[in-house]
Design a protein around this ligand. Structure first.
Ligand code: MTE
Ligand code: QUE
Ligand code: MOS
Length: 773
């Protein structure tokens, strides 16, 4: 039994001894070259000229490539609109303009500084409100509408109207964007990329270079983190390396340093969300209207889907009887924002959680009471897009967090502490998450897997899933070892490659192990069916002469009686058994296939983009977090005293890895809402472009008292082995830190605290000043 066990992360031994191979760890080939990107030094303008003469005179420089060198200079996951290299219009600071190809990295980097680019500058727009006023929209979503929110708002005893702003976030993966492209025979190119989406990388390299898809293979061994930042935006990086490899017929490497990576690549979308909510004396929300604006930056990228996921999560964990949700994508002159853990969900849920703090302030009640009266109850209540909230664990989780953290005692203790007015003020809050699992773009909810069972009883499995630290390889290995009844260590998940798995979806939407795990299980089951027929024959003493190629999809009589466990295949009915290895040998000698391939698609999804209604998600992952913070009233310093999390992951495939995911996601979420602040110069150059100027959480920012618990939930049936996805949902719980900070401010306020996110120490200090009456 390996399912549900704490099997080690498949990379842990090599991560610890330093032998894990990332792209830039691949040994340099003798004839390898390097490609360096040259970026625009203004945020908007028209490209006039590129003077590469000095660079080209440098010893070791092979050439300078521009937009014209691509067969097809355009890309974009949803809308093909973004140039790989600018040829005319520049839309953000540091946008790639040309490539310097040289014998090695240091020559390429110094030669890049000699390129003279002339640009006729235009007036950029950085401010989202200004861009809204200019109607600089690239996508307007079909609104969700349930009931009649207008009349609820008109007749309610209480209403709140306002706007909520949350900032962007740098992915801060440890391994920057990187790729090595190898030219092969017949014009083929093999790229080794750090990409969450090998198929998209394959397709873009092919189209950019004028190749057919079958001439390009993309291999991904692992990433040193992706967090969404390598979903769409790894592809152009691979195209740069591939172009140089094609032009010069030599392997070519690209590996950005942190500063380049941060300046060029997109981040989490800042959102400006407008709202109006109606509620009663109890704090029950009766109706609401939301109008969301996503700051997409220069290009569309994945923004329409991200905006929609924000709309899908504007309800947070709370039921709205009457609601309208609108959403718009707005272009500004920054890097093109992209997928980031939560994919818009956090920007939606943060808004409603903040509003709940405001409702509590307005009614002079504890926000936890407001949350409790509004959470989804039972299994029949519907979301603003009219999907039933089935397998709803929220009421159970709310009970747990209230009793296990002794909520009321904590609140009383905080009241007493704050009454002392000793220069410190504490706050307490609970946040909840109900994260929808599935790609909302239905076609992406499919995957395929290839399983090879070898004669010694070991297996190799290949799927479209990419390992970025989240442990998907371990989970897939667990599924395969469990299904075939072999040791965990007897399964190896092979590097992801588009030659084994075609038309794969990105490893994203937290559904990597859901989709690819299910496909791997289906492939194992096909092999098992064939082996079962053989085993039966063997147990009954029949000959194998008549064994034909067995159609794996047909019902196999007596299949359920055959058990594969601990390397033994036994027949429960005939009470006979055989070693798996022996059976495998028998299969081979009788020409029965020991490998198989399967395709999987998620059943039952049915969201209609045109009406804004339907089953967008396969199921929801739930969780709650309670956080207590302390603010230093003289400096605005924020300390997390306590965070307690209860997460529902169904029957977790690997509780140890999942707890790691919950821990990391929570801290990453807390960083987004507290310390991670993006600064730009007035000209639009990213100033917070390195670890010295951009502050991700450190050990000092961890909760002093930190607990992660998984609840028991045996009732989910719609996902592989009853598990639930974990990757993104707990990110949203990090918001409890911000909510607790806002609650602390309320203790010192004569008017309603109104902070934006991130609530940096400066923001907190200024708000303390503003609200103190
Ligand atoms: N965990 C680690 N260590 N590194 C990552 O890059 N990405 C997150 C999450 N957890 C990430 C991570 C994101 S954005 C997603 S969508 C999921 O992992 C993707 O993997 P899964 O679908 O296999 O859970
Ligand atoms: C969650 C996601 C993604 C998503 C929708 C989600 C995602 C993604 C896409 C997407 C949408 C349209 C396309 C496409 C991809 O949608 O990661 O190629 O044409 O890439 O709810 O994580
Ligand atoms: Mo994750 S943002 O869906 O890659």
């Amino acid at each position: 039994m390996t399912i549900g066990k704490n099997k080690r992360h498949d990379s842990s031994p090599t991560h610890v001894n330093g032998k894990s191979i990332f792209v830039d760890d691949r040994p340099t080939l003798q004839n390898e070259i390097y490609v360096q990107v040259v970026g625009a030094q203004c945020a908007k303008g028209k490209l006039q000229s590129i003077d590469a003469s000095e660079a080209l005179e440098t010893k070791g420089v092979l050439g300078v490539l521009t937009a014209n060198d691509f067969k097809n200079n355009i890309w974009g996951t949803i809308v093909k609109e973004q140039p790989l290299l600018c040829s005319d219009q520049i839309l953000y600071y540091d946008e790639p303009i040309c490539l310097v190809v040289a014998e090695n990295e240091s020559i390429a980097r110094s030669a890049a500084k000699l390129i003279k680019v002339s640009i006729k500058e235009e007036e950029p727009t950085f401010d989202i409100q200004k861009a809204i006023d200019q109607k600089n929209f690239c996508y307007v979503a079909t609104p969700f509408l349930v009931g009649d929110p207008d009349s609820q708002i008109a007749k309610a005893t209480h209403t709140l109207k306002g706007s909520f702003y949350c900032g962007g976030q740098e992915h801060f993966y440890m391994e920057s964007q990187a790729c090595i492209a190898y030219p092969m025979e017949r014009g083929q190119i093999e790229v080794h990329a750090s990409s969450q989406h090998p198929s998209e990388t394959q397709h873009l390299v092919a189209s950019a270079l004028g190749l057919n898809y079958h001439q390009v293979t993309c291999v991904v061994k692992r990433m040193g983190g992706g967090f969404g930042g390598k979903e769409s935006q790894a592809a152009p990086v691979a195209a740069y390396a591939a172009l140089a490899a094609q032009k010069f017929g030599r392997p070519c490497r690209i590996a950005w340093d942190k500063d380049e990576d941060m300046a060029i690549t997109g981040k989490r979308h800042p959102f400006l969300n407008f709202y109006e909510v109606a509620f009663n004396d109890e704090g029950k929300i009766l109706g609401a209207k939301f109008d969301l604006y996503a700051d997409v930056g220069a290009y569309t990228d994945l923004s329409p889907s991200i905006l929609e996921r924000a709309m899908f999560h504007i309800d947070g964990a709370y039921y709205f009887p009457d609601i309208e949700v609108k959403g718009t994508c707005v272009k500004t002159n920054t890097h093109s924002n992209t997928a980031f853990r939560g994919f818009g969900g956090p920007q939606g849920t943060m808004t409603i959680e903040s509003i709940i703090e405001d409702i509590a302030y307005t009614l002079k009640k504890d926000a936890f009471e407001i949350r409790k009266v509004n959470i989804y109850q039972g299994e029949d209540q519907k979301t603003p897009y009219e999907q039933k909230v089935e397998n709803n664990q929220l009421p159970k989780l709310f009970n747990l967090i209230e009793t296990e953290t002794k909520y009321n005692e904590r609140r009383n203790a905080i009241n007493q502490f704050n009454a002392k007015r000793n220069g410190k003020v504490r706050g307490l809050s609970v946040s909840a998450v109900k994260f929808g699992i599935a790609f909302t773009a239905k076609f992406l909810n499919q995957g395929n897997a290839l399983v090879n069972l070898h004669l010694d009883g070991t297996a190799q499995v290949s799927t479209g899933a990419t390992e970025m630290g989240q442990g998907v390889n371990s989970k897939i290995a667990q599924i395969v070892s469990h299904a075939l009844g072999i040791d965990y260590d007897d399964v190896i998940v092979m590097p992801t490659s588009t030659e084994k798995n075609h038309n794969t979806s990105p490893t994203a939407a937290s559904s990597g192990s859901d989709i690819n795990g299910a496909a791997a299980l289906a492939a194992c089951n096909k092999i098992k069916k064939r082996l079962s027929i053989l085993a039966k024959k063997h147990f009954l003493g029949e000959t194998f002469d008549d064994v034909k190629e067995i159609d794996a999809d047909t019902e196999v009589e007596g299949y359920k009686e055959i058990i594969f466990k601990d390397g033994i295949v036994s027949d429960l009915k005939l009470k006979k058994e055989i070693k798996l290895k022996e059976l495998i040998g028998m299969a081979y000698m009788n020409r029965v296939s020991l490998g198989d391939y399967a395709h999987f698609k998620t059943d039952g999804l049915g969201f209609d983009k045109k009406t804004g209604k339907g089953k967008a998600f396969n199921y929801f992952t739930n969780g709650v977090a309670l956080t207590e913070v302390e603010i230093d009233e003289y400096t605005g310093e924020l300390k997390i005293l306590t965070s307690k999390i209860h997460m529902d992951l169904g029957r977790p495939l690997n509780p140890g890895i999942d707890k790691g995911q919950v821990t990391g996601a929570f801290i990453q979420g807390a960083g987004w809402v507290t310390t991670e602040n993006l600064f730009y110069s007035p000209q639009g150059k990213l100033l917070s472009h390195s670890p010295t100027t951009y502050k991700i959480p450190s050990i000092q920012d961890m909760p002093r008292d930190f607990e992660v618990n998984l609840i028991e939930n045996l009732d989910l049936t719609v996902n592989v082995y009853g598990s639930k996805a974990v990757g993104e949902p707990p990110f949203l719980l990090g918001q409890s830190v911000w909510m607790a900070a806002k609650n602390a401010l309320a203790y010192r306020a004569n008017k309603m605290p109104q902070i934006t996110s991130p609530a940096t120490n400066e923001v907190i200090l200024m708000e303390l000043e503003r609200v103190k009456g």
